[in-house]
Design a protein around this ligand. Structure first.
Ligand code: DCP
Ligand code: MG
Length: 408
């Protein structure tokens, strides 16, 4: 090792929110291995272990160099015995047996396939797995009663498991912009989630909507969704209203982090230009923001027919005809009051681990409670105001980390 390497390493701080974590980094072989174990832990109700693997992976992502030997890890935080064993094996053998066993295990592949259905969480997937349901096709044949989200999840399975490109995200953005400006002029929309962190693809597209005149944003989501539905842009939507104002938890019990904004979980029908499906390698395609007048699949769920068709084995069959001129895309819309915008922006930009680390830092190091609505100081017994993400970092005693550095 170079002289001074250990000293350098000793300075790596332990919270991910104290570090810059770029999208592209030097230790993907190691982080891929740890991510499999994290994913497996999350799928099997071991949240604590999942977080430990995620923290270790995030630490390695933040390092400015490739790890080639165990001696380079001396003094680094976030690396427990289990993680060190995995890293050692990968460094010595190129693979880790626990990771490979997990990757190939029937349980892991089944739970991944089942949670890949929109509307299906780890608990439901696990229950089905125990009943012998291992694939979306098994589920389709099982005759299980599915909720509306899960029906849509099965129906659009193929599309929803194909990564959304930045070009597609931008096309969705133009549609949302049009919808918002039609129903509330002056409203502002911001691309959040992974795309704001600079990712080239995502599993969905996330937008935050607000209006500079506080109060104007109330009821906005219903209007936006109505407009989108009238224009035939939505294949599925579930809107939850703002439950923040109604909750009188008070300062003693600050609101839980998520879910209190007006929020819409949706599936968009995104038209492809000239009816040609956009591929990731085709940078020249672009999308029409105008909905197609006719489309092959009726907007109402056809999953009932699909479920009763005994011999139907092809998932995504109802929507995967190759002549199709559109694709399904998961879109999340969030509406925030202007005064909470910075908190919402910070809370919805991610990554999930970065958010978790911010909240852990706030509680344990600052005696504060951070949510996507507010920051509460337990010592001063008051809410702290902020008009930008930079101000929130400053209030937390952290150096500012721009979105592209939050890929923990
Ligand atoms: N978020 C969070 N905790 C949750 C859900 C969301 O902190 N339980 C925040 C962080 C996420 C952001 O919301 O970055 C958007 O959620 P996504 O699940 O869409 O995550 P990403 O956009 O980061 O990933 P992807 O690119 O896969 O969509
Ligand atoms: Mg996202």
């Amino acid at each position: 090792a170079e002289p001074g390497a250990e000293l350098q390493v000793a300075l790596v701080p332990s919270y991910a929110c104290q570090r810059h974590t770029p999208l592209l980094h030097h230790n993907t072989v190691l982080t891929d291995a740890l991510s499999i174990l994290a994913e497996n832990a999350e799928l099997t109700d071991n949240e604590g272990r999942g977080v430990a693997f995620r923290r270790a992976a995030a630490l390695l992502k933040s390092l400015p160099h490739e790890i080639r030997g165990m001696e380079q890890l001396k003094g680094l935080p976030c690396l427990g015995d289990h993680c060190l064993r995995v890293i050692k094996e990968v460094l010595e053998d190129g693979t880790c047996s626990e990771v490979e066993t997990t990757r190939q295990s029937g349980q892991f592949t089944a739970l991944k396939a089942l949670t890949g259905i929109f509307g299906v969480g780890a608990k439901t997937a696990d229950r089905w797995f125990r009943e012998g349901i291992h694939t979306p096709s098994d589920l389709q044949r099982s005759g299980h009663t599915l909720n509306r989200a899960q029906q849509a999840g099965l129906q659009y399975y193929d599309d929803l498991n194909r990564p959304v490109t930045k070009a597609e995200a931008d096309a969705i953005g133009r549609i949302v912009e049009r919808a918002v400006s039609e129903v509330l002029p002056g409203a502002e929309i911001t691309l959040i989630g992974g795309f704001r962190r600079g990712k080239n693809t995502g599993h969905d597209v996330d937008f935050l909507i607000t209006h500079p005149d506080e109060g104007k944003e109330e009821g906005l989501m219903v209007k936006v969704v109505s407009w989108l539905e009238a224009q035939d842009f939505l294949l599925y939507q579930k809107t939850t209203r703002n439950s923040y104002l109604e909750s009188k938890d008070g300062p003693a019990r600050p609101p839980s982090n998520m879910d209190r904004f007006e929020r819409c979980f949706s599936i968009f029908r995104l038209s492809t230009h000239n009816g040609v499906r956009m591929t990731e390698t085709d940078p020249h395609s672009h999308f029409s923001v105008h909905p197609h007048d006719s489309h092959p699949t009726p907007q109402t769920c056809r999953t009932v027919d699909v479920l009763s068709r005994e011999d139907s084995s092809e998932i995504g069959q109802p929507q995967s005809s190759h002549s199709q001129s559109w694709r399904a895309v998961r879109v999340d819309l969030v509406v925030s009051p202007y005064s909470q915008f910075s908190f919402a922006l910070l809370g919805w930009t991610g990554s999930k681990l970065f958010e978790r680390e911010l909240r852990r830092w706030a509680v344990h190091e600052k005696a504060m409670t951070l949510s996507s609505h507010t920051l509460y100081d337990s010592k001063q017994r008051q809410y702290l105001r902020a008009n930008s993400e930079e101000e929130i970092f400053a209030l937390l005693g952290l150096e500012y980390v721009p979105p592209c550095g939050r890929n923990a």
